[in-house]
Ligand binder design. Structure first.
Ligand SMILES: Cc1cc2nc3c(=O)[nH]c(=O)nc-3n(C[C@H](O)[C@H](O)[C@H](O)COP(=O)(O)OP(=O)(O)OC[C@H]3O[C@@H](n4cnc5c(N)ncnc54)[C@H](O)[C@@H]3O)c2cc1C
Length: 482
């Protein structure tokens, strides 16, 4: 450990107590990656603060010492956003798990950043409300991580992403101030800039979230098709008919095979694709639209339709989809989870191109996707013991993103850019675009210490971004402060 980090460790020990500072190399390794395990780095130092004031002091001390820092919630991110720095401090929010306020009349809750996503819903379910963003990782991921990644989930088709459910955020800025960013104030929408910034503009220490009224009725069906094209046709027909389901999810034959092996979800045998469609809302509207969805699925070629009769059957239908990523371990020693977006209407063409890519390269690709909003999650399978296999998988994975861009889509739908996809940013944005985004970053973090090396392919210091003059950083040269 460097002398600077050792001094910070001593200082943080006095600030937080010795149990809240980790310096032991073996324990540090627990934090060396997030859900994307192909990128690893042991943090220089880990701190586990309890309060916003402590985080503000940690950030001020890092700034004074010129030491980079990274926030981490539950570490389930899939783009290496919480990848630590070996020369830096990892600020873990897992001890900040208090739900501070539940305000049902105003449909809002105030939570600390380490609160687990599903715990918000659990706390308000009895009142007939829930927290709408529902990433498949919702049992373990933190609300702070959701904010940073602007996370989505199966039901975001109808309810929107995390950004639509955050009313305000208390944030520790990179100069160590505690500020409030709110959605409804005059001036620039800084909350909108902060949500989805992947922890590069500051650290959220308190989040006010919108609570959504739970629907009167929920109905779910599973439709099995002979091919992915037929399933894609059903998706277009449903949306084209003006029906907005809460969720439309699709899985192809390979992902069904994996899910069957892992959780025995008993999807119809012989399906080339299954579609899960969930409708919610007022009872009469749901009943009417559900009948229409069933008809549209049959017209598109569904050879079997199962309707969930109760919550237990609904959970069974969802089991296969929710376990799809983890289930890949049953059919492949290793895999990459890709996340790209395409216009919904391009679904059949892009999936055919992915098939062709897979056949030409010999790399198997399973497809799981939020079909309603065109968010693909191709799972690129490989054997990590085979020389060159990881590189081939990576190449196929990059070509899939090229396909998304060619069709007018995006290199990420919900998992973020992080460290993993920064190299793909120039495929989607010009240098001027990227510099413009970095000007925003410089506005928040002139010293470039807050989660550096993420999102941008060429991280720049403020003086290197055209149009930005590097002003003196408030803590520059003040390492003697401590
Ligand atoms: C099995 C599985 C399924 C998943 N399914 C989905 C899905 O359906 N939809 C989806 O969108 N994502 C999904 N994810 C990805 C992941 O769960 C989300 O990105 C989640 O929001 C990350 O939360 P976290 O607490 O684990 O954050 P972390 O991984 O700890 O951090 C993620 C990013 O947030 C930053 N960060 C964390 N806390 C703060 C804070 N308080 N202030 C500022 N920045 C912060 C970190 O620096 C990092 O850049 C899935 C992941 C897994 C493993």
């Amino acid at each position: 450990m460097s002398e600077g980090l050792a001094r910070l460790a001593g200082r943080f020990g006095r600030l937080l107590g010795p149990d809240s500072v980790i310096t032991d190399p073996v324990r540090l390794r627990t934090y060396e990656c997030d859900g994307l395990t192909s990128h690893r780095a042991s943090p220089g130092l880990v701190v586990l603060p309890d309060t916003a004031e402590q985080i503000a002091q940690i950030v001020r001390d890092c700034a004074a010492a010129g030491v980079p820092y990274v926030a981490r919630g539950s570490g389930t991110g899939l783009s290496g956003g919480a990848l630590p720095r070996t020369d830096g401090v990892l600020i873990v929010t897992s001890r900040m798990r208090r739900i501070l306020e539940i305000d049902i009349p105003n449909r809002r809750a105030v939570v600390e950043p380490g609160v687990i996503n599903l715990d918000v819903t659990r706390a308000v379910r009895a009142d007939g409300y829930h927290f709408a963003p529902d990433p498949s990782s919702q049992q373990i991921c933190s609300v702070g991580g959701n904010v940073a990644e602007n996370s989505g989930g199966a039901h975001c088709l109808k309810y929107g992403f995390t950004a639509h459910h955050v009313l305000s955020c208390e944030v520790v800025t990179p100069d160590g101030e505690i500020v409030e960013l709110a959605a409804d104030g005059p001036g620039y929408d800084l909350l909108g800039v902060f949500v989805g910034a992947e922890g590069t503009l500051g650290i959220a220490t308190k989040i006010t979230v919108r609570l959504t009224r739970s629907p009167e009725a929920v109905r779910t069906l599973l439709a099995a098709f002979g091919s992915i094209e037929a399933g894609g046709g059903a998706v277009s027909a449903i949306i084209g008919a003006g029906v907005l389901p809460a969720a439309i999810e699709m899985m192809d034959a390979l992902s069904i095979e994996a899910a069957e092996a892992a959780v025995r979800c008993e999807y119809p045998p012989g399906a080339g694709a299954v579609l899960i469609v969930e409708l919610d809302g007022p009872e009469s509207e749901v009943a009417h639209q559900f009948a229409e969805v069933e008809r549209l699925c049959r017209d598109a070629g569904a050879f079997e339709i199962r309707v969930a009769a109760d919550d237990a059957e609904r959970a069974l239908i969802w089991t296969g989809r929710k376990s799809a990523f983890a289930a890949m371990g049953r059919i492949s020693p290793a895999y990459l989870v890709q996340d790209g977006v395409i216009p919904r209407t391009s679904l059949p063409r892009v999936l055919a191109s992915i098939d062709a890519l897979s056949a030409a390269s010999g790399v198997r690709v399973a497809n799981v996707f939020h079909a309603g909003d065109g968010n693909l999650h191709p799972l690129v399978l490989f054997d990590d013991a085979e020389p060159g296999a990881a590189e081939r998988a990576e190449e196929v994975s990059g070509k899939i993103l090229d396909l998304c861009i060619e069709h007018g889509g995006s290199i990420t739908g919900e998992h973020g850019v992080g460290v993993d996809k920064s190299r793909y940013m120039p495929r989607m944005f010009t240098e001027t675009d990227l510099d413009t985004m970095q000007m925003v970053r410089c506005g928040f973090d002139p010293a470039g210490l807050c989660n550096p090396g993420k999102v941008f392919p060429t991280p720049r210091l403020c003086g290197e971004v055209p149009g930005v003059r590097k002003g003196p950083h408030p803590y520059e040269g003040k390492a003697d402060l401590f």
